[in-house]
Design a protein around this ligand. Structure first.
Ligand code: PMV
Length: 309
């Protein structure tokens, strides 16, 4: 049968609440999905033999899957489609994205999950979609833990341990969270390599730090389920300090955490690989107005979420 694509597909973006980097080293992490962050549409091209085109204006992304192209996005997309026995020619895939790319919100996993769904169809098993997405994620990030692909495919709030099936966490009362993009670009693979180097150089010091991050994920899950924003904030401040000690924060993220705390957040931390990307802050209770206004005054555009909604 001729390889084909389905008309529409979508995937979630993700916010890692606790446990980033530690999850690479076998510790638990807690993450929440942002539904419909990437939506793809496929239409046949007039020329069935023309290389498949991908256009996502929100990310300034316009590429053709020409064999031998070294562009990482082109390579990742071609490998995902090949894994799914999908077409590499004769289609135009256009996309909408509500999150910035390369900002620690799982844009690459959202892209590869929705591309896998275009090829495999809406009834594909989530495990097959995740496996296909991971083929692309390895092109982007080397040896990813898989948390981004799992959240992109499943959504909701997930507790994730590398190599095990993720567990859905039910949150009885949604909790507000403010996500602030720093505008600083970085590479996840480089950031992951920093933590590997810290562990190699100072194993007796860095390994316990990684374990502490895993414990923040466990304690954070309890606090989230209890709707305890004070504890979520304290745990976030602690996690941010530990991530900074492992070398994955940066001046821009530290500054954003200070702004959040000064504006009344119960606590704040980097999210994702760090070194740029985004910061998250928990407002006290459900009022995020002062927090959002403090960032808006600095020309930043926070995303407002309800974790568990
Ligand atoms: O690429 P990001 O910023 O969404 O970060 C991924 C999370 C890490 O734990 C740093 C890496 C991984 O593979 O889990």
């Amino acid at each position: 049968m001729k390889p084909t694509l389905h008309e529409h597909a979508s995937a979630c973006a993700k916010v890692i609440l606790f446990g980033e980097h530690a999850v690479v080293h076998g510790q638990p992490a807690l993450a929440a999905g942002l539904p419909g962050a990437v939506k793809l549409h496929a239409q046949p091209l007039g020329d069935a033999r023309a290389p498949l085109r991908i256009s996502i204006p929100a990310w300034d992304l316009e590429l053709s899957l020409v064999p031998g192209d070294e562009h990482p996005v082109a390579r990742a997309c071609a490998e995902v489609l090949a894994h799914c026995d999908g077409p590499l020619q004769g289609w135009h895939v256009t996309g909408e994205a509500t999150i910035p790319a390369r900002a620690g919100l799982g844009s690459s996993a959202a892209l590869t999950v929705s591309l896998a769904r275009l090829a495999l169809g809406p009834d594909a098993a989530i495990t097959d979609v995740v496996e296909a997405s991971m083929v692309g994620e390895r092109v982007f990030h080397g040896t990813p833990s898989g948390i981004d692909s799992e959240v992109a495919a499943r959504g909701g709030v997930l507790r994730f341990v590398r190599g095990s099936a993720p567990q859905t966490v039910s949150v009885p009362q949604p909790v507000r969270l403010v996500v602030v993009p720093s505008g600083v670009a970085r590479s996840t693979a480089d950031q992951v390599a920093r933590v590997h180097r810290a562990i190699e150089r100072w194993p007796l010091l860095a390994r316990p730090l990684v374990e502490v991050l895993g414990r923040t994920a466990e304690q954070g899950e309890h606090a989230l389920v209890a709707g305890d924003t004070a504890r979520l904030g304290e745990l976030s401040d602690l996690a941010h300090g530990v991530l900074a000690a492992l070398g994955v924060s940066c001046a821009a993220l530290d500054e954003l955490c200070h702004v959040a705390r000064a504006a009344g957040a119960s606590g704040a931390k980097l999210t994702g690989a760090g070194g740029g990307g985004c910061m998250i802050a928990w407002p006290h209770g459900s009022d995020d107005e002062a927090l959002v206004a403090a960032f808006a005054r600095r020309g930043l555009v926070p995303l407002r979420l309800e974790v568990g909604a």
